[in-house]
Write a protein that binds this ligand. Structure first.
Ligand code: 5GP
Length: 161
């Protein structure tokens, strides 16, 4: 990649994150929300979203890596686990982008068996055209077409975050 064009500018992102924060708090009511950021792509969105959600917001991080022979048969494993139990808590998984959905499917299975009170998902970006498995995404910043994007936490071989 030799040239990077602006796809969604900083003002649009900030405005959408503020909207999501307000909507998330309204939906949850007055309960603590445990945001679980998926490393590393979500970190910038996560830090902005946490500050946009009024009230009691807590955080944890999960690291995952996907490696696969082909894109559609991704095997996902945990590279960094949560440091706290999530039983009885209202979990909001914070993702950078949902593409095939395989990472999110794995995450939801992994988290659900730990008995949280609820699990919802917020993703900055969503590429519905690329979906391989049907996964619920409760809060979407921007649905986008099938193109590769970088920045605001998303990388290309660690560059452009
Ligand atoms: P999925 O398991 O849904 O196919 O993939 C999710 C992960 O793939 C994302 O968390 C992200 O790390 C990576 N990914 C998918 N599409 C893009 C993209 O357009 N740009 C970047 N930088 N990463 C992407």
């Amino acid at each position: 990649m030799s040239q990077v064009d602006v796809f969604i500018n900083a003002e649009r992102i900030a405005a959408r994150v503020a909207e999501l924060g307000t909507q998330i708090r309204a939906d949850y009511g007055d309960v603590p929300i445990l945001c679980i950021g998926v490393l590393k792509g979500s970190i910038v969105f996560m830090s902005d979203l946490m500050r946009a959600i009024p009230g009691d917001v807590r955080c944890g991080f999960l690291g995952v890596s996907s490696y696969a022979g082909t894109e559609s048969t991704g095997i996902v494993r945990i590279t960094h686990d949560l440091k706290q139990p999530i039983e009885g808590q209202h979990v909001l998984v914070v993702e950078d982008i949902v593409d095939t959905g395989l990472t999110l499917e794995f995450l939801l299975k992994t988290l659900t068996v730990r008995n949280p009170a609820s699990v919802r998902v917020a993703s900055l970006l969503d590429k519905p055209a690329r979906r391989v498995v049907d996964v619920p995404v409760d809060y979407i910043g921007f649905p986008i077409e099938d193109r590769f994007v970088v920045g605001y936490g998303l990388d290309l071989d660690e560059k452009f975050r």
